[in-house]
Design a protein around this ligand. Sequence first.
Ligand SMILES: [Zn+2]
Ligand SMILES: [Zn+2]
Length: 355
Amino acid sequence: MNSEVRAAVLTAPGSLEQRDLPDPGQPGPGQVLVRPEAVGICGSDLHYFDGDLGALTGDSDWFPRVLGHELSAIVEAVGEGVDGLRFPVGCRVAVWPLETCGSCYACSHGRENACYNMRIIGVHRDGGLSQRLLVQQGSVFRTSITEPEIAAFAEPLSVAVHALARAGITPDRPAGGTRIAVLGAGPIGQAVVFAASAWGASTAVVDPKQGRRAMAQHLGAELGLGASAGSMADELRQWGDGFGPDIVIDTTGVPSVLAQAVDLVARGGNVVVVGLTGGSAPFSSGVLPEKEVSIHGASCATRTDFASAVRLAETHQDSVAALVSHVVPVERAKDAFALAHEAAAGTMKVVVRLS
Ligand SMILES: [Zn+2]
Ligand SMILES: [Zn+2]
């Protein structure tokens, strides 16, 4: 084995370099050595790329870093205690990127995705934009998905699955008849529409971009509305039999949208906030008891959600493939970030291909 591996390294905000890094070596007990094949670029990667993460936390220890938390990979070797029959060398896996402590309050209450000591692969430690990566065996999910780009989408799909789980929708408790409005039709919004529709919900999507609304409708949304249309709230209410949607999922990351979501949702309904923001917006909290609305935060995904996402992607590979708008070779990883940043019409998920 070579003593160095090639990686796309973010050395400082906006500066991505191809570098040779020390080989991670053979897997230790409970570890799996993988060769990343495809890495999706996500909104949080763009914040990282721009240097916003450090600004958000006041932490300067963010560079250099190998990004990549949405990844598919091939198993190269397994360490002691890892079942080689479950993970034979050469099999494709999707990687759940959270490393959790297993013992904090959140972990011991089945909420490991909110772990106090969480480390995210590709955020807190080096991630998928590298020729080799060591991960814990609990992070790898073997999959029969045929294309690496589709397998990499299991991660954003797991975020959507988790958002739905927060509002009580799971594969075991399907959503027959439930009306779900999704605010924002970027990759996560699309994934919510897709998963909810696949599980029997009726979905509507709100986004200013016509192309994104059309994509969501292709994936199962019954209704696509422009965000600024004055009649949007009325139309959504009408669609919800005059009462509003049972569930509103905000994927926009725009703080003022929360007030809108609470306004739109039916009395007694659920609002889920997925979009990240460092901002705040005025919000009249009296509407919560008045309408008895429940607001849930949703962060990343549990292992169970991730497993559901992998299964969902396996059975709907064409739908997921439609969400991958660009595949860029790793040598041009910088272009992938530029494309994702630009977010031109027709850009959805940009994926970097390693091998
Ligand atoms: Zn992501
Ligand atoms: Zn924990």
